[in-house]
Design a binder for this molecule. Structure first.
Ligand SMILES: [Ca+2]
Length: 522
């Protein structure tokens, strides 16, 4: 890790490692996008009509990436002045590079030959990288040659299927621990699950779990038997962590002082009570991925972890490696696999400046939309679709879903329906809406009792595009003046669309055409 991690990763790759959203014409294909090369037309350019251009590099396996560099197309007036970087383990579930709390827009080139290198503030680990041009040469078009710098990455990965639990047994039957350093990475699509747990007969415990998509750490170093000193301490961190992206956790405890780090954010706290030692017995052990089967104390209804963990380290012991070599309790090992099973659908998170645009059927006499969402906000736009002669809007108002249709031809006919309540509870809710002829229906969470119907005559002609998460009109590259309003945070949408577009503020942000791909961002 401390060696210089600065190898050129893209140059040695074969042609097939490069792909793109489109190609301007022969000679502009993505394999010509290697830095300082002059092959083909001297770099990659997409079609001018490509609204969502991207250049993708497959590094062949997960690598640490420490820097990127860009250059324009050789001997041309084509370069990229600003771009974003996305990364992924799978090529389906993408995460944008963040810096200083924002999706980062990199400064690119201002001519064809100068190389602009950018050292990443945080090392990323990924197999796939995507360069998303945002702005480009005034005189020309998008032109790009790139390099990616970094080095090998290797980690033991364990896939937990919701049954398997790893049990790490200490050498002694009782442990009195003054200092803990626990580090691991996890990735899951489940909002709840026990990541690690240890407990002692006298009441000490440590539990790290996901609860409602947040990470909760509970520690008790001891309460006295009269209950006048209570040791229970609970601290939570993060939200929407069930996004099927890797998150890293480090817990460093020395006596009652704890540093609890999730991704790049560290909280410091002191445990309650007066005691300094974590006392573990029951043939002292720590379990990972769930509660131990023999645990009697506080297992109450907790779910096992389902997803992947890697690089689990406890006070210098590499637990993932021990598990692979079957040096830890393997009583339920039949369900453990040592590679990460990838999911094909992903939740998407929205904030005030992101939305999802999906194509739908045009000029149809029926409009139908169904999706799941979750949020802590009581108000916000869920879906907007321009009809050929009016609009459909699904919004959350005071925690209820409201459907509004208006048709201009029919003397500004408006239909409004409301269903559900308290839907801003952070849990997933299912919305189904359908309208045709003289009939519209709204159902929440598949509950028949929630179904609202109307028999107002409506002549629907669909417009063909659905916007999720923010009110916006249709847009074209470089003609971005019709952004209407910005709303809310933390909506999420779970689906595998054929493609999507995200815009942040006045920029086309991200797109993709790959089937079963979904993502959006904060
Ligand atoms: Ca204790």
């Amino acid at each position: 890790m401390h060696e210089k991690c600065d190898e050129a990763l893209a140059t040695p790759l074969s042609h097939s490692a490069f792909s793109s959203s489109s190609v301007f014409t022969t000679g502009y294909t993505p394999e010509f996008a290697k830095l300082n090369r002059r092959g083909g037309a001297g770099g990659w350019s997409p079609l001018d009509t490509d609204h969502y251009p991207w250049l993708q590099v497959d590094l062949g396996s997960r690598k640490q990436v420490t820097a990127v560099a860009t250059q324009g197309r050789y001997s041309s007036s084509d370069w990229t002045t600003r771009y974003r970087l996305l990364y992924s383990d799978t090529g389906r579930n993408w995460k944008p590079y963040h810096q200083d709390g924002n999706i980062w827009a990199f400064t690119g080139n201002s001519n064809t030959e100068s190389v602009v290198r950018y050292d990443l503030q945080h090392v990323i680990v990924a197999r796939f990288l995507r360069f998303i041009p945002l702005e480009w040469s005034e005189e020309g078009r998008i032109g790009l040659r790139i390099e990616i710098y970094g080095c090998m990455y290797w980690a033991d990965v364990i896939n937990f299927d919701g049954q398997a639990v790893i049990s790490y047994r200490f050498k002694m039957k009782k442990m009195k621990i003054l200092k803990d350093v626990i580090a691991l990475k996890f990735k899951t699509a489940e909002s709840d699950g026990v990541i690690l747990h240890g407990e002692g007969q006298q009441g000490d415990y440590i539990t790290l779990e996901l609860r409602g998509g947040r990470l909760v750490l509970q520690i008790n170093l001891g309460s006295n038997q009269y209950g006048s000193i209570l040791g229970h301490t609970s601290v939570s961190s993060g939200s929407l962590l069930d996004d099927h992206h890797w998150h890293s956790v480090v817990i460093e405890r020395h006596r009652r002082n704890v540093n609890f780090t999730l991704d790049l954010h560290t909280q410091h706290f002191r445990t309650n009570g007066e005691f300094d030692h974590l006392d573990l017995d029951y043939e002292a052990r720590l379990s990972f991925g769930g509660m131990p089967y023999s645990g009697k104390l506080i297992s109450g209804g907790r779910r096992n972890f389902k997803g992947c963990m890697e690089s689990i380290n406890y006070n210098g012991e590499n637990i993932t490696d021990l598990a692979r070599r079957k040096k830890v309790d393997t009583s339920s090992f039949r369900n453990l696999t040592f590679s990460c099973v990838e999911s094909h659908t992903f939740p998407i998170s929205f904030n005030a400046t992101s939305f999802l645009q999906l194509p739908g059927r045009r000029e149809n006499s029926m409009v139908s939309v169904s999706f799941q969402f979750r949020t802590w906000n009581s108000n916000g736009l869920l879906v907007f679709s321009a009809l050929a002669d009016g609009m459909l809007e699904l919004t959350l108002k005071d925690g209820k879903v409201t459907a509004h249709i208006s048709i201009q031809q029919q003397k500004n006919l408006g239909v409004d329906m409301t269903s559900g309540s308290g839907l801003n509870d952070g849990e997933w809710h299912d919305v189904r809406f359908m309208a045709k002829d003289n009939f519209a229906m709204l159902t929440i969470d598949g509950d028949e009792a929630s179904t609202v119907k109307t028999n107002t005559p409506i002549q629907i002609i669909t417009g063909g595009t659905y916007h999720f998460g923010e009110l916006v009109c249709l847009f074209y590259p470089r003609l971005l003046s019709c952004l209407v309003s910005l709303w809310f945070g933390h909506y999420a949408y779970q689906y595998a669309p054929d493609y999507f577009a995200v815009r942040e503020q006045k920029q086309v942000l991200v797109t993709d055409k790959a089937a079963s791909l979904a993502f959006i961002y904060t």
